[in-house]
Design a protein around this ligand. Structure first.
Ligand code: FE2
Length: 145
């Protein structure tokens, strides 16, 4: 799905921001920023993890084999991403070079939420359509020969 491709691009943007903010940091600056444990494990490389240090894992990806459940998961994921960007914007409010791309990413999550909402409504409308079933016993079976 095209959203997945865009989300990977978002990861690249966030990783680039982190790299740009840490690439020339001194050990003292890294420690003062509370990144000592991160530095110990990863140096200044970009490692995908939550703000609390939980490494990214496919276990956070949800799919149930049910369009309604999957779309509800997608909607929740977009809202969680938007909320995360808003918290990052709060934390970086004094750095417009960081806030501006975060605002862009936040807006993209809102658009994703809207598109998933449209998809959910489409699926729900399709499921609500009146069903027609054909009785093959009454059909002229010669028409398939
Ligand atoms: Fe998204």
């Amino acid at each position: 799905m095209i959203f997945g491709t865009e989300e990977l691009a978002h990861l690249e943007m966030v990783g680039t921001i982190v790299h740009q903010l840490t690439k020339n940091a001194s050990i003292e600056e890294i420690e003062a920023a509370g990144l000592g444990a991160y530095y110990t494990d990863h140096g200044v490389d970009v490692y995908p993890q939550s703000a609390a240090g939980m490494p990214f894992s496919a276990s956070v990806l949800a799919c149930k084999g049910d369009a309604i459940a999957n779309l509800q998961e997608d909607l929740a994921a977009e809202q969680k991403a938007r909320a995360t960007y808003e918290k990052l914007i709060d934390l970086c409010r004094d750095n417009p070079d960081v806030v501006d791309p975060l605002k862009f990413l936040r807006e993209r999550e809102i658009v994703h939420f809207q598109r998933f909402g449209e998809a959910l409504r489409g699926v729900q409308d399709k499921l609500a359509e009146k069903k027609f079933y054909m009785n093959c016993d009454n059909m002229n079976t010669n028409m398939y020969k």
